[in-house]
Design a binder for this molecule. Structure first.
Ligand SMILES: [Zn+2]
Length: 396
C-alpha cells in the first residue's frame, strides 16, 4: 500500500519581517492554523531552492523542490511554457517568453500591460504575427500578458531581463545583449509601431488602463529534457495550477494536469475548487501537487495586506481540507512551502532560502513551533541543495 503525498505551494509567500506587521513576515502575521498544525505535528526547516548564480524564478525553484537539479535540467523559462501549450519544438528551435508591456518615460512601467485580458492580448498577438511573423519566427498567443515566440534556424547566446524584476528601469539598460540580440531588438521596436494607435490601446486609454507599448522578449531556451517522476521516484503524480510555467514543468516530468474552473492565478482564484480536486486526485494518484500563484502576484504589486490575505485563504481553504482528507489514508505525508521569496519591499523575487513544513508517517519534530521564516531558521534544519528535499520528503 503506497503512501499518499500532498504538496501545497503558496507561490512567492516567503518574505522579510515588515514594519506594518510588527516585524513579522506575511506568513507569520497571517492566521495559518493549518500550516502551524503541520509544522507543530511534524517539523520545519529552511531549504535553498535557487542554486547559486541562477535566476530566482518559479521554474528554477519548482524544478528543485520537485527533485530535479536545475543546474542539470534547466534550459530557460519559455521552453517549459511551450510544453504547457503543446507547442512542438525541434531540438534546435529557440523559444522566448513574449510579454506585453507598458513603457512610460522611456522606463519599464508595467510587466503585464495592466494585466491585459486574454481576449485583447490574443488579437494583438495575432495582428503581430500577421505583420512580423514567418516560418522562421512564429508568435503564439497565451494567457493575459504571457505569450511565446518560437525562432527556427537562428542560434542565440543572449542576456535578457525578466521585466517584473526591473520595474522603473530605463529601457536602454534592459535591451538584450549578445549573439543575434539585434534580431530581438528589431522585433521589439517594430512591435511598437504595430501597437501605437491600435484600437485596443485607444479603448484602454479611454478607460484609464495601461496601454500595450511593446512586446518584451526574455526567458529563452531550447527544449528541456527531464526524466519522468514515476521513473525517478516510483510514484504517479498529478498537478493543479493555473500558471503555464508550472503546467509545463508538471508535464515535462510526466504528471497529469487537473484543470479547475475559476483558477485565475490571482487572489480571486477558486481555492475550494483546487482543494476538492486535490482530495479527489489523492484517490487515484500517489502524489498531488497544488500550486497557488496569488501570494506572488500580490508581492509583485507590493501589496503586503493582499499577500497576507492570500496566505490565509490558502491555509483555510486548501491546506486544512487536504490535511483532513489525508487522515483517511492509511499512510500519508504532506509538505507545505513557498517556492521562493517574493519581497513586497522590492516587488521582486529573491534567492534566499524558504521555510518548509512536513508532517505525516514517522515524521516527528522536536521543536513543535508555528510555521514561518523565523522558527524555520531556529530549527537548525537546513537543506542547501533544494533538489534533495524531495528524496527526504518521500523516503526519510
Ligand atoms: Zn514563484
Amino acid at each position: 500500500m503506497t503512501a499518499k503525498y500532498a504538496i501545497i505551494i503558496p507561490d512567492g509567500a516567503a518574505d522579510e519581517p515588515l514594519e506594518q506587521f510588527d516585524e513579522k513576515t506575511p506568513i507569520e502575521a497571517a492566521r495559518t492554523p493549518n500550516m502551524d498544525r503541520i509544522s507543530t505535528l511534524g517539523k520545519q526547516g529552511l531549504v535553498r531552492t535557487i542554486p547559486a548564480k541562477m535566476e530566482p524564478g518559479s521554474d528554477v525553484a519548482q524544478m528543485s523542490l520537485l527533485g530535479y537539479d536545475p543546474k542539470r535540467y534547466y534550459t530557460g523559462r519559455a521552453p517549459i511554457e511551450a510544453v504547457a501549450r503543446n507547442i512542438k519544438l525541434s531540438l534546435t528551435d529557440w523559444v522566448f517568453r513574449c510579454n506585453l508591456i507598458t513603457i512610460a518615460d522611456g522606463k519599464m512601467a508595467d510587466h503585464s500591460a495592466g494585466h491585459i485580458s486574454t481576449a485583447e492580448a490574443t488579437s494583438l498577438i495575432e495582428e503581430l504575427d500577421n505583420q512580423l511573423g514567418s516560418e522562421q519566427m512564429r508568435f503564439h498567443a497565451g494567457v493575459s500578458y504571457r505569450h511565446l515566440l518560437v525562432s527556427k534556424d537562428l542560434d542565440f547566446d543572449v542576456q535578457t531581463y525578466p521585466p517584473h524584476d526591473h520595474i522603473g528601469t530605463a529601457m536602454d539598460k534592459l535591451l538584450p545583449r549578445g549573439k543575434n540580440a539585434d534580431v530581438l531588438i528589431d522585433l521589439m521596436a517594430r512591435s511598437q509601431q504595430v501597437f501605437t494607435g491600435h484600437d485596443i490601446n485607444r479603448v484602454r486609454k479611454d478607460l484609464g488602463e495601461n496601454q500595450v507599448s511593446s512586446i518584451w522578449l526574455w526567458g529563452q531556451g531550447k527544449r528541456a529534457q527531464m526524466e519522468r517522476f514515476e521513473k525517478k521516484f516510483g510514484l504517479r503524480g498529478a498537478a493543479i495550477t493555473a500558471v503555464d510555467l508550472v503546467k509545463g514543468l508538471a508535464r515535462l516530468i510526466g504528471f497529469d494536469l487537473i484543470d479547475v474552473p475559476g483558477a485565475t492565478g490571482f487572489i480571486d482564484t477558486n481555492y475550494q475548487g483546487k482543494a476538492s480536486a486535490a482530495i479527489a486526485a489523492l484517490d487515484e494518484y500517489d502524489i498531488v501537487f497544488v500550486h497557488v500563484e496569488a501570494p506572488d502576484e500580490a508581492s509583485h504589486g507590493g501589496d503586503a495586506e493582499m499577500k497576507k490575505r492570500a496566505i490565509e485563504l490558502i491555509d483555510e481553504h486548501i491546506v486544512g481540507p487536504v490535511f483532513e482528507a489525508l487522515q483517511n489514508h492509511q499512510s500519508w505525508r504532506m509538505l507545505v512551502m513557498p517556492d521562493h521569496p517574493t519581497l513586497t519591499r522590492t516587488c521582486a523575487h529573491s534567492s534566499e532560502p524558504v521555510p518548509f513544513a512536513i508532517a505525516g508517517d514517522s515524521i516527528s519534530g522536536i521543536l513543535h513551533t508555528t510555521f514561518g521564516e523565523t522558527n524555520a531558521a531556529k530549527s537548525g534544519f537546513r537543506i542547501d541543495n533544494g533538489f534533495e528535499l524531495m528524496e527526504y520528503f518521500l523516503k526519510s
